[in-house]
Design a protein around this ligand. Structure first.
Ligand SMILES: [Zn+2]
Length: 481
């Protein structure tokens, strides 16, 4: 690898640790923990970082499955951050090209966040060793960000000042390619529960005495659907009723409908949310119930800084794509055929740098990207053409495909962080271009200032499945060298 002995050292360290990186990836895959319940996952990650000499700050913003691990001292302060949560009902055996749950109905990784975690840890440990070996100045901060699937942690981290002293941040996320982008990447999102409160009664003998909270939730849903025609087609909004009562003969006195509202900008998302509150008010009036709103999280769109993208791209081109075996390509083709995707196999070339087209998805890393210049590393551990949150997206995640992608991703992340640690001019330039990119947009958080994080999220679901899932945990834990 060109670009100095420091980067060469870090890349070689990652190569030497490709086995523990793979093992970490697989350990997290079998933990398959839902957002805010990632106790095994973050516990193992913290244990590895602590053993390597990082100082661990536990419970950032009060989240027991989050962490901030620091190493080094002084400026610049480089942050690595990523997520590691799974998706509900998505259990899938790795390496099998048809729907095959490991534990029926249980959560599973179908967005590759298990690999995200392994990449960040692999990179962090290599950067730390490089700091030691060459006496590199600067601080590395490694953020474990829980509950990405519910967009929870980073808006809280940003609000609570955890990124205040950070100069630049790097985020890694699984993809089908080794690449990076710059520009506006994803949507803003507000996640909010509307809880209606009424009065229960016997549904047969005295329904006229009741005020039906479930009716209110259903009317809110219908009201919003009527409104959809008159909303800009850019919006996305979807919901589930998480509490619709207990049994039909008791009219529910409580009902909760949980919404995601998405738009291209934070301000447009805020406006959608204001409309939703009026629809809820209407539903409450019609049913003579009352309601309250609980914002679980709210996030700005993800953006990526061009200066950092250029740094990452140079490293990606040096590192190059993993070499795929015939067996790996065969599995990829089988899955692609099964889901009727284009039978492209895994890509064999790195992706050229490009400006992104804004996607309607969201990631709570977006919040960070409005307060510090952020670079994104996308690494090839996922099968092209599969859809996340579907069994097919789980197939590659604990196989050699994911492992090779993870090693490439960790190398790109470590090499880019070392560039930033060694050259203060790049950091200064990233800050300058970041200012230009933000322009006159004023960052006003969507998250209410006094909002508490939803620590109970997914707890019941996880507790239901964990005993069965535990039988499949790997016995061996990664030992990094
Ligand atoms: Zn994701």
């Amino acid at each position: 690898m060109d670009g100095g002995r420091e980067k060469k050292f870090a890349v070689e360290n990652i190569e030497r640790n490709s086995e523990p990186i793979a093992l970490l990836c697989d350990n997290i895959f079998y933990f398959a923990e839902l957002g805010m319940q990632e106790f095994e996952t973050s516990g193992l990650m913290m244990q590895i970082l602590e053993k390597a000499g990082f100082t661990i700050e536990r419970n950032p913003s009060g989240m027991p499955t989050g962490f901030v691990a620091s190493y080094g001292s002084g400026k610049p302060v480089i942050a690595l951050h990523t997520e590691f949560d799974a998706t509900p009902g998505c259990s899938q055996a790795p390496g099998v090209a048809e729907p095959t749950p490991i534990v029926d109905g249980a959560p599973g990784h179908t967005e590759g966040h298990n690999v995200n975690g392994a990449v960040m840890i692999g990179a962090a440990l290599a950067i730390k060793k490089t700091i030691d070996e060459f006496g590199v100045k600067g601080t590395l901060k490694v953020f474990g960000a829980p509950a990405e699937e519910q967009l929870v942690s980073r808006p809280y981290f940003v609000r609570d000042g955890y990124f205040k002293d950070v100069d630049v941040a790097l985020h890694d996320h699984i993809g089908k390619e080794l690449g990076t982008v710059y520009g506006l990447r994803q949507y803003a999102l507000i996640s909010a529960e509307f809880t209606f409160k009424g009065q229960s009664a016997h549904a047969a003998t005295a329904p006229w005495n009741a005020r039906d909270a479930l009716d209110a939730a259903v009317l809110m849903d219908i009201g919003w659907d009527k409104l959809r025609e008159h909303l800009e087609p850019t919006q996305r909004s979807h919901r589930v009723i998480t509490n619709g009562g207990d049994q039909p003969n008791v009219i529910p006195n409580r009902s909760t409908i949980w919404w995601f509202f998405r738009e291209a900008t934070a301000e447009k998302t805020r406006a959608l949310f204001e409309k939703a509150k009026r629809v809820a008010q209407g539903a409450a009036m019609m049913t003579e119930t009352s309601y309250d709103v609980n914002v679980l999280s709210a996030v700005w769109p993800t953006r990526a800084n061009r200066t950092l993208a250029e740094v990452i791209q140079r490293n990606i081109e040096e590192i190059g794509m993993p070499q795929w075996t015939e067996g790996e390509q065969k599995l990829v083709h089988e899955v692609q055929t099964k889901v009727k995707a284009k039978p492209t196999g895994m890509p064999t070339k790195v992706t050229p740098l490009k400006e992104c087209v804004q996607s309607v998805s969201a990631n709570d890393s977006g919040e960070v990207s409005w307060v510090v210049p952020t670079g994104l590393i996308s690494f090839p551990s996922n099968i092209p053409g599969v859809s996340y949150h579907h069994w097919s997206a789980g197939v590659s995640l604990a196989t050699s495909i994911a492992h090779k992608g993870a090693v490439a991703g960790a190398k790109a992340m470590a090499a880019s962080a070392i560039d930033l640690l060694l050259d203060p001019q790049i950091v200064a330039k990233a800050k300058e271009t970041f200012k230009q990119e933000i322009g006159d947009v004023e960052y006003r958080p969507l998250l209410p200032p006094d909002q508490k994080p939803p620590l109970d999220l997914n707890r019941d679901l996880m507790e239901r499945y964990r005993p069965k899932m535990r039988e499949h945990y790997l016995k061996e834990r990664p030992e990094f060298r």
